[in-house]
Design a binder for this molecule. Sequence first.
Ligand SMILES: Nc1ncnc2c1ncn2[C@@H]1O[C@H](COP(=O)(O)OP(=O)(O)O)[C@@H](O)[C@H]1O
Ligand SMILES: O=C(OP(=O)(O)O)[C@H](O)COP(=O)(O)O
Length: 488
Amino acid sequence: MASATTSTTLSLLKTTASTTSSSASRSSASLIRLPSTRRHLKSSPLIHSLGFSSAASGDSLLSLHVSSKVRSFKGKGSRGVVSMAKKSVGDLTAADLKGKKVFVRADLNVPLDDSQNITDDTRIRAAIPTIKHLIQNGAKVILSSHLGRPKGVTPKFSLAPLVPRLSELLGIQVVKADDCIGPEVEKLVAALPEGGVLLLENVRFYKEEEKNEPEFAKKLASLADLFVNDAFGTAHRAHASTEGVTKFLKPSVAGFLLQKELDYLVGAVSSPKRPFAAIVGGSKVSSKIGVIESLLEKCDILLLGGGMIFTFYKAQGLSVGSSLVEEDKLELATSLLAKAKAKGVSLLLPTDVVIADKFAPDANSKIVPASAIPDGWMGLDIGPDSVKTFNEALDTTQTIIWNGPMGVFEFDKFAVGTEAIAKKLAELSGKGVTTIIGGGDSVAAVEKVGVADVMSHISTGGGASLELLEGKELPGVIALDEAVPVAV
Ligand SMILES: Nc1ncnc2c1ncn2[C@@H]1O[C@H](COP(=O)(O)OP(=O)(O)O)[C@@H](O)[C@H]1O
Ligand SMILES: O=C(OP(=O)(O)O)[C@H](O)COP(=O)(O)O
């Protein structure tokens, strides 16, 4: 029984690999097999003008159409189809903003070292365009964020260390409040000049923030006249400063960063240039089920790597030694493989792996076929043959989205596969392929290789991008004001 299953797997691995390498030299049309629904939608003029409609297709992924004036999103979640056409900060002019107090929720949750130095300022830099637009149009900006996950007031989670960098990037001295609500904050707001920025203290110093308590949201909202949410990294949280304040502040609009993230993560997935490949890695199948299922509905090629592959191997009867396996996900892995086949998606599993005799940076290692992992050894990276096959598959594509590393890239010895994929995406990005890095550890990997700048888009939100790719609604987006539709 075991050997019969094993040969099935081997033929699966071989078939997918050869399909891809041969397809690299064939026309892309032979590789793409769209489900009939999608073919129908693509040929419908109505659907074409609206973007790919999840409502019409019964699809769970959000759909997007971008016009010059408005970003429109439609999503179908457990609560049914929800319109997500959102008003943008770009729609607000000096006439709307001059002298107005604007509550801006950003995600300034940046890493700090033991001396409170910022070790990666990406999220601060990403928040600047929205703040600049507001101050240049005469608004008074009340800037709010969380930092870390403090339980009550915790000095090491103060936003104070962010003030110098924010001031430098904005070219003005940012004022810092010691609290985020209360009379002292109100005085600072009253003294704020047009074009000034007041940074509130960590909003999570109040437990009411994460509980989304309306009274707390009301107090935050009472500081301002209108609301801009630019905190993409926190948009999957229904907290007082992301969702609650929208009940008290009108208009409540999307910031430029939030828009850009949605444009890429929703837009590229709902109406990608094809062939469209998704690369999904990371540690566990369980944390990526939603993403894999959702992407199977959309992509032409799905490349799997990371710790999750061993659950797929074991599901097919292969020996995986002491590699990471989720025993309760074996059936699921089998059904995902079957689903990919039924949908005509070219799903590639690595054909060789780098194995280690222990989970450590100095472990002994060797490269073996995926079907030959000895007892006592664990797979910690994809092997060179797999990298070659994956690269050939990626060469045929026009859009690539990547979520999750190919191996334990934190250990140099097992970072080779992940770094090779990062370099391949950088090369393809230079040739005009849309490359989107979906947050979390994949971003760290791309930065480690030094190719972050050349990617089309690097998400500032790990959890948020994952939820978007899974087709979930983001409460921080849903709560914003609807845009007025414009003719397209
Ligand atoms: N073969 C493997 N065995 C164990 N852990 C792995 C393996 N490959 C990757 N990982 C781990 O997966 C983690 C990232 O997983 P995950 O959080 O799902 O990714 P992401 O943050 O990109 O969404 C990394 O810490 C990495 O070391
Ligand atoms: O860092 C964040 O998320 P991420 O680690 O998923 O990218 C956001 O600031 C959200 O933080 P949270 O997960 O504590 O709500």
